[in-house]
Design a protein around this ligand. Structure first.
Ligand code: GAP
Length: 511
């Protein structure tokens, strides 16, 4: 999928038309960077959550799940560093009056340089075919090497400036790179300023400074402050993990690109508690595990890549992103961070409570190190939706829009349809529906011609359609239509459950 804003527009409008995603408070002209999930979207989102939970909690003996509150004691956020350091470097363009994240402007500039290299590689492949030695080309071609040096220099300058809180240096870098405002084309920039992303509100009746609390900007802290509760009550032994799915809130400045960057969103996070010194082994382990989880969704590997962090967050000693090729290009989908013992030590210090674990195997007490995997639920939703969205030309010169969602995640698994609304076919179809609805989210559809009904189900991504016709009344068989191949197969009604069970079996994707 090339970076393609048109494609994003089509996905947004499809998502609205078929009940996946609506702009929040649309009748009041919407609320920026806030979205609602409709009847299909809510199902898809729930299925993604269940699939993640199954992979992380049910499939791992040493991982348990919790559900912590959104509001936490305000000292939590002082301890975690979010009050002082959870901010983005912002810069305004004086001509367009648009505000940008300085780091994003620089990252987009770097991406342009990377694309030049990819273009050169693509040219080589086109010209020399199988004889093209891509690895050697990347290692020796002067243009590629020059571009890589540029990227490394820019990264190094940016890291140095951020590490030293040198915001003037960040501005100089933007000016030196000749970065222009994407809207006005102007290079007339203000100074760079830090802006804290946490939303605050008051608890209780009296609005005093002491009552200020925050809407959590990450779910992780609910896990850190509970880690000993879980360890003791669950008799967990290190290494063990605590998983959680829940809302997080950030007052994002650059809030565009649909559900990619929202002010209210959901995270699926897992904190893995390990012995100090073993964190790098587990960091590598979880990088691989999480990459495999994304691959298990059946989306081509070329849509994913790793991106190592240059500027590490205040709590990390190693960090990377799994990036996805969204319609607007490669962007972060999941973060994997080695968070050291930073958070637990900070909470020890601010709460005055010991947060040590006694390790019976080595007869020692210590504050565990933490490796975290943190994936955005909404970004996973957008990745799946955008990879699934397909416009197809059919043989008879017609077209169809189909969501080729992984069948096990599809909002509706089976649509049951009577060929006509008479001759007892609807009754027969409802009998089948009654059998299936205990196991699957089904849809009964009798309106319009069969062709129209199939198109409608294609558009919402229903993987299987069962058609009840006159032959059904004679021999108790129906046809099952496959969404992707559009092939119909005639099967006995008493075989349907086994067929669906086989097609939707998670054993085939999760291991
Ligand atoms: N606890 C670590 C943490 O929160 P992060 O990289 O800031 O790390 C993790 O966020 C994931 O949450 C991101 O990879 C992304 O998928 C998702 N995410 C972050 N900000 C988001 C936003 N404004 N809208 C949607 N998803 C977001």
């Amino acid at each position: 999928m090339a970076a393609n804003e048109d494609n994003l527009k089509k996905i947004i409008s499809h998502a609205k038309e078929y009940g996946y995603v609506f702009q929040s408070s649309e009748i009041y002209d919407g609320l920026s960077a806030v979205y609602d999930y409709g009847q299909m979207g809510a199902e898809l989102k729930k299925n993604i959550k269940d699939y993640w939970w199954k992979a992380m909690v049910n499939m791992n003996e040493n991982i348990v799940g919790i559900d912590a509150a959104i509001f936490m004691h305000p000292t939590t956020w002082k301890a975690s560093g979010h009050v002082d350091a959870f901010s983005d470097p912002l810069i305004d363009n004086k001509d367009s009056k648009k505000r940008y994240r300085a780091d994003v402007l620089i990252e987009e500039h770097l991406e342009k340089i990377r694309l030049k290299t990819e273009k050169d590689v693509a040219k080589g492949i086109k010209r020399f075919g199988d004889d093209f030695d891509e690895e050697q080309f990347r290692a020796t071609n002067p243009n590629v090497l020059r571009n890589q040096t540029k990227i490394d220099d820019i990264n190094a300058r940016f890291k140095l400036a951020m590490d030293n809180d040198d915001l003037a240096g960040v501005k100089t870098l933007i000016e030196d790179l000749g970065i222009a405002c994407p809207i006005s084309g102007s290079k007339n920039w203000t100074d760079v300023k830090q802006f804290n992303l946490m939303f605050s509100t008051e608890i209780g009746a009296v609005a005093e400074a002491a009552n200020t609390i925050y809407l959590r900007p990450e779910t992780a802290q609910g896990i850190f402050v509970n880690y000993l509760n879980v360890q003791k009550s669950g008799r967990m032994k290190i290494p063990f993990g605590i998983a959680q799915i829940g809302k997080a809130f950030r007052n994002e400045i650059v809030a565009r690109q649909f559900i990619f960057r929202m002010r209210e969103f959901e995270q699926m996070e897992m904190q893995f508690f390990v012995r100090p010194g073993e964190e790098m082994k587990w960091y590598e382990h979880w990088k691989e595990q999480r990459f495999n989880w994304h691959q298990s969704l059946g989306i081509d590997e070329k849509y994913y890549r790793f991106h190592d962090h240059v500027k590490l967050a205040h709590y990390a000693n190693a960090a990377c992103d799994i990036e996805f090729d969204f319609p607007m290009g490669f962007k972060e989908l999941e973060g994997i961070h080695s968070r050291t013992d930073f958070d637990l030590k900070q909470h020890e210090e601010h709460s005055g409570k010991k947060l040590q674990y006694f390790d019976p195997e080595i007869n020692e007490s210590y504050v565990p190190y933490v490796v975290e995997t943190s994936v955005g639920l909404d970004r996973t939703f957008l990745a799946i939706l955008s990879a699934a969205y397909t416009e197809e030309k059919l043989e008879n010169d017609t077209e169809r829009t189909v969501l080729k969602l992984p069948a096990f995640l599809a909002p509706i698994k089976v649509a049951v349809m009577p060929l006509t609304r008479k001759d007892g076919l609807p009754e027969k179809a409802r009998e089948i529906l009654t059998i299936l609805k205990y196991d699957y989210n089904c849809n009964y559809d009798e309106k319009d011609s069969p062709g129209k009904r199939y198109r409608r189900q294609d558009a919402i991504g229903t993987p299987f359609c069962i058609m009840v016709d006159h032959q059904t009344l004679e021999d108790n068989t129906v046809t099952i239509r496959d969404r992707d191949t559009m092939q119909q197969e005639r099967v006995a009604i008493d075989k349907i459950e086994a067929i669906l069970k086989d097609k939707l079996d998670l054993r085939k994707v999760l291991n």
